[in-house]
Design a protein around this ligand. Structure first.
Ligand code: ADP
Ligand code: ADP
Ligand code: ZN
Length: 226
């Protein structure tokens, strides 16, 4: 199964992905998390992308696709070992038409295909409020909100005890820029997947648990078993 979560920044993709991946037995492919790791670890990739990342700009399609291909190779290796991984869950990828086409090609080469694309629907004003209060664990990427979903102890991750912090790119200016980029580059992909009959829309303005429930229902209703 290859499940894509789509929706603007703040729609809850990361929150839902963290809950759904273990429940559905999927490997999480969250390109934003992978880029943040690379920057924190000061890898060659990290140095290459830091400036664009900090400005809230998209990383080049070449680098992004290469990173995802690496994850798909890891997935194939795990499956070859007979682990129970059922597929992958994509959060924040694809964001451009070129990335979408590259993902199709990469899956076709592996004799696999996208099962379902979930669009999490949330209006823009709600997004800005959510992003301004977002906090993220620096170790395990669990997503919190200072008001809507706070950790039990302020600044400490419930799951791993890591430090929970605001992301440096969650400033008002970078948030507006990323939302504009979403409209420009990523929103057109929704029609692309809808036309292929792969899309299910879920109402993202309800309690986190209910959004998870609706996504699971949509997955069961539409997904092929590949
Ligand atoms: P948000 O959803 O708030 O933008 P993400 O964690 O998904 O946060 O992404 C953070 C940053 O990582 C983006 O602003 C961009 O620089 C980079 N990034 C993540 N995914 C992609 C992608 N698919 N293509 C290009 N850049 C990406
Ligand atoms: P995305 O990955 O799409 O950018 P996140 O999962 O990071 O979105 O969520 C953005 C912010 O909104 C986080 O602070 C998160 O805790 C909060 N959030 C996510 N889902 C909900 C929800 N259903 N109701 C209220 N707040 C939410
Ligand atoms: Zn953590």
């Amino acid at each position: 199964m290859h499940l894509i979560l789509m929706g603007p920044q703040g729609s809850g993709k990361g929150t839902q992905a963290g809950r759904l991946a273990p429940r559905l037995g999927l490997v999480l492919v969250a390109t934003g998390d992978l880029f943040r790791r690379a920057i924190a670890a000061e890898t060659a990739l990290g140095h290459q992308i830091k400036a664009a990342y900090d400005r809230g700009e998209l990383i080049s399609d070449d680098l992004t696709v290469a990173l995802v291909e690496e994850k798909l190779d890891e997935l194939s290796a795990e499956r070859a070992l007979g682990t129970g991984v059922a597929g992958a869950l994509y959060d924040g990828f694809p964001r451009t038409r070129l990335q979408a086409d590259a993902l199709d090609a990469a899956l076709t080469r592996r004799e696999e295909a996208i099962s379902t694309v979930i669009q999490i629907d949330v209006p823009r004003q709600t997004l800005v409020n959510r992003l301004a209060g977002r906090r993220v664990c620096t170790i395990c990427d669990t997503v919190y909100h200072i008001e809507f979903n706070p950790p039990r102890e302020e600044g400490v991750c419930d799951r791993c005890g890591g430090e929970v912090r605001q992301r440096p790119d969650d400033t008002p200016a970078a948030i507006e820029k990323r939302l504009d980029l979403y409209e420009l580059e990523t929103a057109p992909l929704l029609a692309h997947y809808r036309d292929r009959g792969l899309m299910a829309v879920v109402n993202g303005v309800q309690a986190i648990d209910l959004v998870t429930r609706d996504i699971e229902r949509a997955v069961k209703g539409t997904a092929t078993t590949r």
